[in-house]
Design a protein around this ligand. Sequence first.
Ligand SMILES: [Ca+2]
Ligand SMILES: [Ca+2]
Ligand SMILES: [Ca+2]
Ligand SMILES: [Ca+2]
Length: 253
Amino acid sequence: MRHASYIAAIIAAAAAVSARAKTVGPDAYLYLATDEVNYAWEDISDTGSTWQPGADDKAKTAKMGFDFTIYGKTYAYARFSDNGLIAFGNENTQETNVDLTSQSPAWDLPTIAVLWDDWLITASAPAYYDTLGTVPGDRRFIVQWEQVEAAPGSPDTVTFQAILYEGSGTILLQYQDVVVTGGDGSHDNGLSATVGIRDTGGQTSGRNLQWSYNQAAIDDGMAIRITIIPEPVTMAGLVLGIGCLARYVRKRR
Ligand SMILES: [Ca+2]
Ligand SMILES: [Ca+2]
Ligand SMILES: [Ca+2]
Ligand SMILES: [Ca+2]
């Protein structure tokens, strides 16, 4: 009986995981997003540089310390706003998040919408950014939106971060706290936010990978990893697979 209930618990737990687990994409550039990845918060609030814009809807240009590649182009600087958005090539301070599958952000730039909503960085809690790792090719750049408010005098805050990996171009989005406790619920769990990535002109070229748009699709303790499907590996796997199949057919004869 104890054994049966143990098995039932395992099945229930597996069902709970698979109910949440989700993969989006690939987009036209073969970016793929999944939440089947471990959440491992990398706190940079002790080590990172701080940014306090002093006003709403501003952006910071920060040198990443390496060239980061997104949609095939490399950038030395990340331009992140208080609104949970990173742009490349220029800044984007737009407060109103858009649907990346059909609309262009106000500045038509390569963009990572980490949790793009109209957030506010206050005097008591700056945003942080840092470059970690010392080995060229294996470094990462982190932006941490720490306790940002939903509006001036918001009863509670949200905290999330983005990690950009040098060599692979992988993007990891991590959400420590996405609920404004005591608020009206309108900003909770991404309900008023865009999460995803897009290239310049992405809404028409198919180079957009949107996890969610104004949906309660983000949980506390959730991570989303965005990677490019490695075409050469896929081809190598295909060649290997055909080789194995040919050997198998020869043996059968
Ligand atoms: Ca704002
Ligand atoms: Ca605003
Ligand atoms: Ca909160
Ligand atoms: Ca919004």
